[in-house]
Design a protein around this ligand. Structure first.
Ligand code: ZN
Length: 330
C-alpha cells in the first residue's frame, strides 16, 4: 500500500470522525436548550454507571445486581431519550448520527487490522491518482477481443494479426503476473487503432486491483507539466506531486510518445525519466505510433539504446480495429 495514499486516507478518516463529533456537540447544544431533562439523561448515560460501580466496590450491591440494574436503567433512559427527541420532532439517532462504516466506527481499524472500508478507499484513491478515465478503467483482459483482429496471414509478417495478438496478450498477462519478479518494460509500437492504449489500461487495471500505484498520461501532458514546472510557470502543489509521481509510481504509462511538441527539454526529460526509473527498478510502458526507425531518428541515440536494452519491443500491426468495434457497438 502506497504510504502517501494511506496517510491521505487516514487524514480523511480523522476529519470525518472530528466532523461527526462536532456535529454531535452542536446538536446537543440545540436540543438541550429545548429540553433540560435530555441533558440530565445524556449526562447520566455518559457517566456509564459510575455511582453504581462505587456501590459495587463498597459491597453495597453485588456485581450481578449492579450490572442488571445498570442495564435496566440504561434501557429506560434511552427510551425516555427517544421519546423526548420524537416529541421535539427529531429522529431517534439525532444525537448519535450513524458512522460511515459501522464495522470500524470510522476509525479504519477492526481489532488492529485495516477495515475493508479503509482498504476500499485506498484502492479508490489509487485509481483516481492513476489518471485512468472511466472508459480506460473498464478495459480489462477479459473484455479484450481477439476476433477484432484479422486471421489472414500478413505477407510481410508471416503471421496473422490475430495470432500475433494472441501472443501479445499472453505477454501482457505475464507482465502483470511477474510484475514483482521480472524487471522488464514494454514498448508498444505500431499504427494507432490496434489496441496499444487498450492493453496498457488492461495492465494498469490489473495492477491497481493488486494495490500497485500506476500513472497514465500521454507524452504531451507529461512533458508540458514538467516544462511548466521547470520554467517556474506552475509551482502549484499539484504540479509538484505529479512531477514526483512520474518518478515514484510502480508503473508509469507514457501513451502516444512522438505526438508531443518536441524540444531539447522534452528529449532530455524523457531520458531522465527512463534512466531514473530504470535505475530504481521502476517499470514503464511506452506506446508510440512511430516505427522503431522513426523513433531512432526522432530521439537521441542514447534514449533509443536505453529502450532497446531494457524494454520488450512489441509490435502492433494489421488493420485499424476501431472501425470494427464501432460497427459492433451500433
Ligand atoms: Zn470500516
Amino acid at each position: 500500500m502506497n504510504s502517501d495514499i494511506k496517510a491521505l486516507v487516514e487524514t480523511r478518516f480523522l476529519t470525518r470522525r472530528t466532523a461527526r463529533e462536532q456535529l454531535i456537540e452542536e446538536r446537543k447544544k440545540e436540543v438541550f436548550q429545548k429540553s433540560p431533562r435530555l441533558k440530565e439523561i445524556e449526562t447520566e448515560l455518559d457517566s456509564n454507571g459510575y455511582s453504581v460501580m462505587l456501590e459495587i466496590m463498597d459491597g453495597k450491591i453485588s456485581p450481578e445486581d449492579g450490572a442488571k440494574f445498570l442495564r435496566e436503567r440504561h434501557k429506560k433512559l434511552n427510551e425516555e431519550k427517544k421519546e423526548i427527541l420524537s416529541v421535539l420532532g427529531y429522529s431517534e439517532d439525532y444525537l448519535n448520527p450513524p458512522y460511515n462504516c459501522d464495522k470500524c466506527n470510522d476509525t479504519g481499524y477492526v481489532n488492529g487490522e485495516l477495515c475493508t472500508c479503509f482498504k476500499n478507499e485506498v484502492i479508490k484513491e489509487t485509481y483516481k491518482e492513476s489518471n485512468l478515465t472511466k472508459q480506460l478503467q473498464n478495459q480489462t483482459f477479459l473484455n479484450f477481443k481477439l476476433d477484432y483482429y484479422s486471421d489472414e496471414v500478413s505477407d510481410e509478417e508471416g503471421i496473422s494479426p490475430r495470432e500475433h495478438m494472441r501472443t501479445v496478450l499472453a505477454r501482457c498477462v505475464s507482465f502483470v503476473a511477474d510484475f514483482d519478479k521480472v524487471n522488464t518494460n514494454l514498448l508498444f509500437y505500431g499504427p494507432s487503432g490496434l489496441g496499444k492504449t487498450y492493453l496498457s489500461s488492461c495492465i494498469a487495471n490489473e495492477l491497481l486491483e493488486g494495490n500497485k500505484t500506476v500513472l497514465y498520461h500521454t507524452a504531451s501532458v507529461i512533458f508540458s507539466a514538467l516544462e511548466e514546472m521547470r520554467f517556474g510557470r506552475d509551482q502549484s502543489e499539484e504540479a509538484q506531486i505529479l512531477a514526483r509521481r512520474i518518478f515514484d509510481v510502480d508503473l508509469l504509462i507514457i501513451d502516444d510518445l512522438g505526438t508531443e511538441f518536441m524540444t531539447q527539454f522534452s528529449v532530455a526529460e524523457l531520458f531522465r525519466i527512463i534512466n531514473t526509473r530504470l535505475l530504481n527498478g521502476k517499470k514503464m510502458i511506452i506506446s508510440t505510433n512511430l516505427s522503431l526507425e522513426d523513433l531512432e531518428k526522432k530521439y537521441s541515440e542514447r534514449i533509443v539504446s536505453r529502450i532497446m536494452g531494457s524494454f520488450d519491443l512489441i509490435k502492433f500491426f494489421g488493420e485499424d480495429i476501431r472501425v470494427k468495434k464501432a460497427l459492433e457497438g451500433r
